[in-house]
Design a protein around this ligand. Structure first.
Ligand SMILES: *[C@@H]1O[C@H](CO)[C@@H](O)[C@H](O)[C@H]1NC(C)=O
Length: 248
């Protein structure tokens, strides 16, 4: 009745199709876009201090500088991939030659300039996923590219060109339009809300790159184009906003 050979062939075919699709997918290691995120130190510091009375911050020497958060390989409409290879631990020594520059431009606002914790976190979570690109395939290349992208796309320069300066409030739309005008591509802006006053502070600006490190529109990334409350103006604080420690 049954031709066993045919059934075995079909099972075999299913197996081959399944195996080859797994091969192409390589777990969740694939990504569509690199998100380059810059942080506004005053808002990072506000959030950090508001979470505990014992917290202190490290801010840039010039207080109107943006700082690097990271380069994040991402899939569209998703967060991640993240933590792609646990056999590539962060090695502080590899960054010896970049250390002084990183301490000014990729500042660990929370744990301080002499801490490696932000760099270690960014490497483990995002760097180990970015290594599939030749331009980012080592720790030193990943961090050097961050410095390079900041030099080219520093948000201080971008926003200043559109007359957006610290100490004032802007609509989300004005900030997004400024990025589009100056860079020619659409980015994203992330806010942090003050739970006590309802005020919204600019926290991050994200711009996007393809796998050849060319600037592209961010359409399709998670939280695009913003998480800010569209009904309010966003504060671009020139100093760390006054905070009340959140009581639990
Ligand atoms: C993870 O990193 C190790 C050490 O560099 C390498 O040998 C291995 O092939 C990597 N694994 C994957 C899945 O890329």
């Amino acid at each position: 009745m049954f031709n066993c050979k045919i059934i075995i062939n079909i099972l075999c075919l299913i197996f081959i199709v399944k195996a080859s699709s797994d091969e192409g997918y390589r777990g969740s290691n694939n990504f569509d876009v690199l998100i380059f995120t810059q942080s506004w130190p005053q808002t990072v510091c506000y959030t950090w201090k508001a979470s505990s009375p014992s917290h202190t911050c490290s801010l840039p020497k010039k207080h109107d500088e943006w700082t690097i958060h990271g380069i994040w390989p991402s899939q569209y409409h998703k967060v991640g991939p993240e933590f792609c290879n646990k056999s590539m631990p962060f090695k502080p020594h590899d960054l010896e030659s970049l250390k002084e520059e990183l301490q000014e431009k990729w500042i660990d606002v929370e744990y301080g300039r002499t801490s490696y914790s932000l760099w270690e976190h960014e490497w483990n979570k995002h760097g180990t996923c970015a290594v599939v690109l030749e331009q980012l395939n080592s720790e030193v290349k990943y961090f050097a590219e961050g410095l390079n992208l900041l030099a080219k796309y520093d948000m201080k320069n971008v926003l200043t060109k559109a007359n957006i300066v610290p100490g004032r409030k802007y609509s989300t739309k004005a900030i997004l339009n400024a990025m589009k005008q100056v860079l020619g591509k659409r980015g994203a802006v992330i806010c942090r809300e003050n739970k006590n006053t309802g005020e919204s502070y600019m926290l991050e600006i994200r711009i996007c790159f393809n796998k050849m490190l060319q600037l592209i529109n961010c359409d399709g990334i998670s939280e695009y184009p913003t998480n800010c409350d569209a009904s309010k103006l966003i504060t671009y604080p020139s100093t760390v906003p006054r905070y009340n420690v959140i009581q639990v």
